[in-house]
Design a protein around this ligand. Sequence first.
Ligand SMILES: [Mn+2]
Length: 384
Amino acid sequence: MSGIKNLKKASERIKKAINNKESIVLFSDADLDGVTSLIILEETIKNLGGKISFCYFFNRGKEGNGLTEIALDFLKKYSPGLLILSDCGVGNFKEVEMAQKLGFEVIIVDHHLILGKIPKAEIVIDSKQKTDKYAFKFLAACGVCFKLSQELLKNKKSFALEQSLLELAAIGTISDKMPLEEDNKVLVEQGLAHLPFTLRPGLKVFLKIFEQEKYSLNEIVQKIISISQITEMKNHSTESYKLLTCAKDKKIEKIAKKLIEKSLNRLDIIKQCVQKIEQKISFDDVFVFEGGEDVPVDYTGSIASRLFAKLQKPIFIFSVKNNRARGSVRAPKTINSVDALNHCSFCLEDFGGHAPASGFCLKKEFLEKFKTCIEEYFLNLDKD
Ligand SMILES: [Mn+2]
């Protein structure tokens, strides 16, 4: 059976960077798949003695999707070096070239759908590339990063480190809603089996809080996911990253309690948005296309997921700010949402994701045109 394409090549390149003490910048999505991906790479590289210059999580609402000019402007001080993009990158064609001009070599570790072509990064890992023969196509990015870390650590791996990274991979895989079969099933089973014995203070604290409240392990994992899903950002980092990497037990409890409080608040806002939208839509709509300035940009995915769970039809939810609309799509199994976005790409500035869940960004003035285009796409689907 062939392995994931370029996994070995990436591992060799990263090892070279570690040995030569090159500057390594890690760059990732701020959701829990992205955060666990980055931590898996960070802890692996540090364990091997590598030098991480900066860990950067991009702010979808403020910067755009994946690598951007804004991010590069900040990161250029760490060049020359190796820039590793995780859980993003396969849509960043011109930005990858910009990074290279700034002196970075770029490795992409992604699992999103390929949009026709592939960025000209030095190394691209994405099992959805046509030329990738690896049989299982539905690893979360953290699952791919875990496999990369196994390749990097090889005979240097300690049981404790491997288990600890497995816990992260399990949590990231579940939170990214990847199908829990084959590789994912193994990762999740192994990771969860070890979770009750975790050494990571940021996970121990939740186990302690929720075990007292008599929750089962699966319920606790769901709670950890919903609590750490907060992508509010400060200094290019997220609270979930801070929590999962913090070593001080005392500080941890404070962060955890703050996050629990925030997550309750978040659920409240999401519920309100869902209710408001439900009042506007009618039962026979083929798809839902709603949004506005009152929808927080960080919550469009959660709102779309909730509406989808209830209505089982394609859902487009967007937030409008500064003349730009940014949103999330959820779609039933019979529909590839990225295809739908691709069909209307002439209205969009940016889009990408997975068949059942994707995202888009466009100028506010094109919203009507975009909606009409989507309408037409679904109409034509019916005809086929
Ligand atoms: Mn992901």
